[in-house]
Design a protein around this ligand. Structure first.
Ligand SMILES: C[S@@+](CC[C@H](N)C(=O)[O-])C[C@H]1O[C@@H](n2cnc3c(N)ncnc32)[C@H](O)[C@@H]1O
Length: 293
């Protein structure tokens, strides 16, 4: 497990009461403590419900028969474990910069290890039938996406599939609070300054193709926030915790929200605003295949 790591030189987005990863080369900004892990488990089910499944790539038969699967930037492993349980003949590996993995309570076909996915992966070439990655938007810097895709293609088997699910900063029917929080403000500039690319979802398909992938497909999904269905309710719970985690970051550009109570009130109002405006988040899912020859 990583320990509390609030170095002065890194203080700009960190909350002293939270714990963060210790990988000096990784740009990821969110905490890796228990509250964050609970959020990621909840988010997993919200996204699974919204997309009506854990993946889009045409791999169901292979998963049933038995393939080796990688989950890059797996967090505490909600996708890895859900999939390992659903497909007992397949073998699942999760890697992440933070060791927040389940130790004992996990399916026997799931393994985890600490690894930064911008480095060559610790597996032999041509190992995996499927590689999954989800929600690295605030983790990978602009130039790192191509590197990660190339790392994945190396360890994918010919004919193997890889798939990314990402959130986007775009909203359908976004109100003023949420629009500000999602980055149509100075916040987006800070994301850019830290080297992230909030628009990466627009180019994922091209990045896949440039790296040599075949059969690239993507879909966008508009999903309700805090209204209409169970995934809407879960997604708002999830984002409420995430926005709370992002407070130090938001307060940098909105000093009027630096006060704890003012910020909590602003987030509560944002939830109501989503209901009233019938706001939808926009997610994207993109997959491709490593050429067979
Ligand atoms: C928003 S969480 C998503 C976790 C998981 N993919 C999910 O959907 O539940 C992003 C995860 O990416 C990890 N991460 C960020 N940068 C990384 C890197 N360079 N290599 C490996 N993991 C990374 C973080 O530690 C965090 O667990």
């Amino acid at each position: 497990m990583s320990t509390n790591n609030n170095k002065e030189d890194n203080i700009e987005y960190k909350d002293k009461s939270r714990r963060y990863h210790e990988d000096a080369n990784a740009g990821y900004i969110l905490p890796d403590d228990e509250l964050e892990n609970d959020r990621l488990h909840m988010q997993h089910y919200a996204i699974k419900l919204a997309f009506d499944g854990n993946y889009d790539a045409p791999v169901e038969e292979q998963l049933k028969q038995g393939i080796t699967v990688l989950d890059g930037g797996c967090g505490p492993g909600p996708w890895t474990m859900d999939m390992a349980k659903a497909y007992p003949n397949s073998k699942f590996h999760g890697v992440d910069i933070s060791d927040t993995f389940p130790n004992e309570i996990k399916p026997s076909n799931a393994e985890f290890q600490v690894h930064n996915i911008t480095n060559p992966l610790p597996f032999p070439d041509n190992t995996f039938g499927l590689i999954h990655q989800r929600l690295l938007l605030m983790g990978l810097r602009k130039a790192e996406w191509q590197i990660v895709i190339e790392n994945y293609l190396k360890v994918l088997q010919p004919g193997g599939w890889f798939e990314f699910t990402e959130s986007t900063p775009d909203l359908l029917n976004g109100g003023p609070n949420l629009t500000m929080l999602m980055g149509f403000s100075k916040l987006r500039d800070i994301a850019n300054m830290k080297g992230f690319d909030p628009e990466v979802y627009k180019v994922l398909g091209s990045l896949f193709k440039e790296a040599g992938a075949d059969k690239v497909r993507s879909r966008q999904l508009m999903t309700p926030v805090n209204h209409t269905n169970e995934s809407g309710a879960l997604l708002w719970k999830d984002y409420k915790i995430m926005f709370t985690s992002m407070k130090p970051f938001v307060a940098k550009v909105h000093p009027d929200l630096a006060n704890e109570e003012a910020y909590a009130k602003f987030i509560e109002e944002t939830g109501e605003e989503c209901k009233n405006y019938k706001t939808h988040f926009i997610f994207t899912r993109c997959y491709g295949q490593k050429p067979v020859n």
